[in-house]
Design a protein around this ligand. Structure first.
Ligand code: CA
Length: 409
């Protein structure tokens, strides 16, 4: 948590693995938040820096590192004996496998390419020709690459310099959805993709394996086993998840691995197996109460009055809640929440048979608002509570309506 700072720098705990980073206001304030720059770096991600000869107007040496082969560094003049090299400082020494250099194929300019070892000495790894160049760098630790032009020829144009490190995993594995809900007995599979990315210039191929835990009897995940990941590309392999009727409800951790030679990369797919629900919405027959209402104009009863224009609104407190008491206990399987703009970014659904002892049946920590359907298996539920954890806005929680459905099998 930070306060009144113009520049904020935060170091994540060692070993943090993150897909997203967010900045979130926690309290109301007089002025808007303006962010000029938001950057994130990985621990071994020291930014590379490039310097070189004078650039032609509108061009810059940075263009060789921007990842875009369409932009280019254009030298202002043809090289002479005193032209400084184009030097890429890599930021830290890492074993360098190869160097790719893209230059304009129509420009006649010849250069030698050298890499700098940890002893500070430059070693020439090859000669640059117009167009595509891929030069072996020997795999030794290097912390810089430079291009030294021969005098004469035309003003050089370099589109991209790409270092390929030998210590980069040959493949990376991620999941398009790391967590899925699967309804038992539903024939249509739920799909998530295993995404494989090649980290090396030569591409890779291997075997994708999904291990369904034996306790999840009835749960199947089908996929193509052999996967080829071409050079520099990204391949999505569909994983089709089905839970046969009778699969025990619960949350299962399913390891997904990709093995190529001696390398294995892994991820975990979380599968929530939930029973099918249906029948009539049970909420209108329930009695709604809350931890508190913002004003008497927004009472708890507005969540189950079947009126889409009336809403419940809580005071601006993260731990506010609203609950529905059913006429009798049922095996509850889903809740549909219709949020007003002031929604929860995190909340729990809790079940109780007596209104005293509560069980958390679902936790949502990435609430997006709008209409959210939450699935679970909550036998013997007389009370269902929507327990706020954190608000997405400075206002209290606000719901237009809540629907509740029982398990049908
Ligand atoms: Ca309503």
């Amino acid at each position: 948590m930070v306060h009144g700072q113009k520049s904020i720098s935060v170091t994540a705990p060692a070993g943090t693995v993150a897909k997203a980073v967010r900045l979130r206001a926690r309290t109301a304030q007089k002025t808007a938040i303006a962010v000029r720059e938001f950057s994130v770096t990985a621990p071994d991600d020291n930014p590379a820096v490039v310097t070189g000869p004078a650039a032609a107007p509108g061009s810059s040496a940075d263009a060789v590192l921007d990842g875009d082969p369409d932009t280019a560094f254009r030298a202002a003049a043809a090289p002479t004996d005193s032209t400084v090299p184009l030097t890429v400082e890599l930021g830290s020494a890492r074993p360098l496998d190869r160097v790719t250099v893209l230059t304009d194929p129509t420009v006649q300019a010849t250069a030698t390419v050298a890499v700098r070892g940890t002893d500070g000495a430059w070693t020439t790894i090859g000669t640059l020709r117009p167009g595509y160049n891929e030069l072996p760098a020997g795999g030794r630790p290097a912390d810089a690459i430079r291009l030294v032009w021969a005098a004469g020829g035309q003003a050089p144009v370099v589109n991209q310099v790409v270092p390929w490190y030998a210590d980069t995993p040959a493949a990376r594995l991620s999941l398009s959805d790391a967590s899925v809900d699967v309804v038992t007995g539903q024939a249509v599979p739920v799909r998530t993709d295993a995404i494989l990315e090649s980290g090396r210039p030569e591409g890779t191929s291997g075997e994708l394996k999904v291990e369904v835990p034996t306790v999840a009897k009835g749960l199947t995940v089908t996929q193509a086993a052999a996967v080829a990941v071409p050079r520099g590309s990204r391949v999505g392999v569909p994983l089709q998840v089905v839970a046969a009727a009778g699969t025990p409800s619960g949350t299962y951790q399913v390891p997904v691995t990709f093995t190529a030679g001696t390398l294995t990369v892994r991820q975990t797919l979380t599968v929530h197996v939930v029973p099918p629900t249906g029948g009539q919405d049970l909420a209108p027959a329930a009695t709604a109460t809350s931890s508190g209402d913002e004003t008497s104009a927004f009472p708890a009863g507005n969540v189950n009055d079947r009126d889409p224009r009336s809403r419940w609104s809580s005071p601006a407190e993260d731990d506010a809640w609203v609950q529905l008491q059913l006429p009798q206990a049922v095996r509850l399987g889903s809740a549909v929440l219709r949020w007003q703009d002031a929604h929860a970014s995190a909340y729990r659904l809790e079940s109780s048979a007596d209104g005293v002892t509560w069980t958390t049946v679902a936790s949502v920590d990435d609430g997006t608002g709008g209409v959210e359907t939450v699935r679970f298996d909550a036998p013997n539920t007389r009370f269902l509570r929507i327990q706020g954890v954190s608000r997405a806005t400075k206002y209290g929680y606000s719901l237009w309506g809540v629907e509740l459905y029982a398990v049908t099998s």
